[in-house]
Ligand binder design. Structure first.
Ligand SMILES: [Zn+2]
Length: 134
């Protein structure tokens, strides 16, 4: 290898590293902006945004899904009846009524979303504990 080729290699290395850092900073900035922007419907750092749709029981395939759906509807109706003058309660009732597949409310008060969260977390904890046994 000639001295000129070696010099070119030395010049190329810092450039590649500098470009890599710029990409990392951009990704970091995007993540921070999403986390700070509280109006954003999706926050990758929020636990409820990690719950996959597959953790929800499928309507028509399981009795649990039908039971949870009825429970959610009954809770929304109860909130509307008992707290008709309370704005936050009415907002929660709206949120519960609009919970549907692929557009979940992700409220801890929602029977379907609470069940899905429990299913998902149990699976993760089981995987973790099986890894600890080895
Ligand atoms: Zn829900």
């Amino acid at each position: 290898m000639s001295t000129k080729q070696k010099q070119n290699l030395n010049r190329a290395k810092p450039k590649a590293e500098a470009n890599k850092k710029i990409v990392d900073v951009d990704v970091f900035r995007k993540v921070v902006e999403t986390m700070i922007n509280s109006t954003s419907p999706f926050n990758p750092a929020r636990l409820s945004d990690q719950i996959p749709e597959s953790s929800y029981p499928v309507e028509g395939w399981s009795k649990k899904a039908t039971k949870l759906m009825r429970k959610r509807e009954a809770l929304a109706a109860w909130l509307r009846k008992k707290f008709k003058d309370d704005q936050p309660s009415l907002a929660l009732a709206d949120k519960l009524e609009n919970c549907k597949p692929n557009a979940r409310c992700k409220s801890p008060a929602c029977p379907e979303c609470a069940y899905a969260t429990k299913q998902w977390l149990t699976g993760i904890i089981k995987k973790y504990l099986e890894g600890q046994r080895r």
